[in-house]
Design a protein around this ligand. Sequence first.
Ligand code: BG6
Ligand code: MG
Length: 219
Amino acid sequence: MRQLEAVIFDLDGVITDSAHFHYLAWKKLAADIDIEIDEAFNETLKGISRMDSLDLILAKGGRENDFTLEQKEELAAKKNAHYVELLKDLSPADILPGIKPLLDAIRAANLKIALASVSKNAPMVLAALDLTDSFDYLADAAKITHSKPDPEIFLVAAAGLGVEPANAVGIEDAQAGVDAIKSAGMKAIGVGTGLVGTDELVSDTSKLTLAMIQKVFQI
Ligand code: BG6
Ligand code: MG
């Protein structure tokens, strides 16, 4: 019988608003190589790995054949330097509304908590938010071979917790992430607008509660 055992969270845009910093960092990098990106295009980058995001940006600017692999690695490193610079003042005050009490309530209910972020900066971001100890398991983005919408990172997170995917609920702000959760065989809660295929969609993180997660699991 299915039983709710774990909640698996995305990071960027769910735990903190770092999704916006990824956007600003990519926008700056893209401008350096004469490619303009806007927030609508940025939606297609959410949940996508660093190198895959760069490939999408180069394709958008018609520059997919203009750089060697080495040059692309330099561009990706430059974007990451912009991103890390934007994160330098990150503190627990930047945890999105409702998230800390939600993590505490999930733990108090003896359910497990994992992080499924394809960001290699995830451990540093969680540490800056003082949330590392709130998680039982962090899926290692460096070991993931397919970024979202592939289910790999959610399956790795469930396996790391020792729970069946069907006994977990995933929470995401990106369409690629919602698709990854559903492909992993979990119930999906979306945060934001315009996401399709969720089992429940809330406008912002303050609307997330343990009771709601339990209800979604029963759907
Ligand atoms: C995801 C973000 O969480 O991590 C993407 O939604 C980002 O925008 C990806 O590109 C990879 O992050 P990083 O920190 O490894 O460049
Ligand atoms: Mg996200």
